[in-house]
Ligand binder design. Structure first.
Ligand code: MG
Length: 395
């Protein structure tokens, strides 16, 4: 069999009522990225998985796609489609099965709320499918298990755990076997809590492959804290960037710095609003991304950028940051300006840029040059910025 014909169904249509939050758990942010986007990235990046369908709550199909797609690269998006889920997990997985191309002859199902799945676990599952036809990833039970009474939770006995395994996902089977299991379940009115139980019900042998203790399912608030801690450990790739810009002060222009209009009889000259502070910041971010400079992205001979609000351009640059699977950790910006005094506007500038860049760690400083040079003579204002970006990684 060819591994390239393996597809994945990601059921993520649940309401997540156990999280105690209004938003379903799969859409909550985990270390800055929605849980489901993290899960999708790991699955979509695996070279042996050819097609992926994410099954979303029907009423959130459109909004869910809009939330997730900015976190996925074009190459990742090319393997992905979305479909609406049903009332039960079983119905959602069935809808996903119908949405996968017919040439997909082996299917894995993976919980949208298990973002810490690794390529190694997926490798074992794909190899297991080739060998056995139907598989389940699981880990041996570690804790001593007690059977208790239903009403008072008094211990009845200790359960022998030697043959007990905890089911995880991925689970899966050859397409023909999975379809057979669904037909049998429909015929018998059987509803299972996972795909392996459907296969078992249909009398199809299911082999166990080793899962991972780290492949936890985000169900309760404490799972979110644990997953965040695990991910933070792995986020190691950092990139630094530096930006510099200078604009001339002229009459008849508004003075815009850090998105704030500052009362002044002189303003900065330029094709856009000439916000030298935001320009330096954007150049630093583009530098860290290895994406050239501002002029390449927003040419100053392009009419659409005449008088442009530089903060709106910053929004575009931040989209690029997310598309490259990075996030801005911090920025330090120095404005070199003899007059007017910028201190009264510093807090407002910082608040605006913190919101646009989705980080509290934006620092703005202002200095004069004690009358020296073009800045000292009041001919212009310049700005330097340094930034640090971090790549999101998965464990
Ligand atoms: Mg500029």
């Amino acid at each position: 069999m060819h591994s390239s014909r393996c597809g994945v169904i990601i059921p993520a249509a649940g309401s997540g009522s156990r999280m105690g939050r209004s938003q379903p758990k799969q859409f909550l942010e985990l270390a800055g990225i929605p849980v489901l986007a993290r899960t999708l990235r790991v699955i979509l990046d695996h070279p042996k998985l050819a097609a992926v369908v994410a099954v979303l709550p029907p009423e959130q199909l459109q909004s869910g796609m809009e939330l997730l797609l900015p976190f996925l690269s074009p190459a990742q998006q090319a393997k992905l489609c979305f479909t609406a889920g049903g009332a039960t997990r079983q119905q959602s997985v069935y809808n996903g099965l119908a949405a996968l191309p017919m040439e997909i002859d082996r299917i894995l199902v993976h919980d949208g709320a298990r973002p810490l799945v690794t390529a190694a676990v997926i490798d074992r599952c794909v190899a297991g499918l080739d060998e056995h036809g139907a598989i389940l990833s699981a880990v041996p039970v570690k804790d001593t298990l007690k059977e208790v009474t239903a009403t008072e939770a008094t211990v009845l006995r200790t359960v022998d755990r030697a043959r007990l395994w905890q089911a995880q996902t991925p689970q899966g089977a050859a397409r023909s076997l999975l379809e057979q299991a669904f037909r049998q379940a429909v015929a018998d009115g059987f509803v299972g809590t996972d795909e392996a139980s459907l296969l078992e019900h249909a009398g199809i042998p299911v082999s166990v492959v080793m899962g991972s203790e780290l492949n936890l399912k985000i169900t309760r608030p404490e799972d979110m804290a644990l997953a965040t801690a695990l991910l933070r450990q792995e986020e190691q790739l950092m990139r630094i960037g530096h930006g510099f810009d200078a604009h001339r002060l002229v009459e008849g222009r508004r003075l815009i710095l850090g998105g704030e209009e500052i009362p002044s009889h002189l303003g900065l000259d330029g094709h856009s609003d000439a916000d030298v502070l935001v320009h330096a910041l954007m150049d630093a971010i583009l530098g860290a991304l290895g994406e050239g400079d501002l002029g390449q992205h927003f040419p100053d001979n392009d009419e659409q950028y005449r008088g442009a609000d530089s903060c709106q351009l910053l929004v575009q640059v931040m989209k690029l940051v997310r598309a490259k699977q990075m996030r801005l950790l911090n920025a330090d910006i120095t404005v070199i300006c003899q007059r007017p005094k910028l201190a009264p506007y510093r807090a407002a500038m910082q608040a605006r840029l913190r919101a646009l860049c989705a980080t509290e760690a934006i620092n703005i400083k202002a200095t004069t040059t004690e009358g020296m040079g073009y800045a000292g003579r009041g001919e212009g204002i310049s700005s330097h910025a340094v930034v640090l970006l971090a790549e999101y990684a998965s464990v």
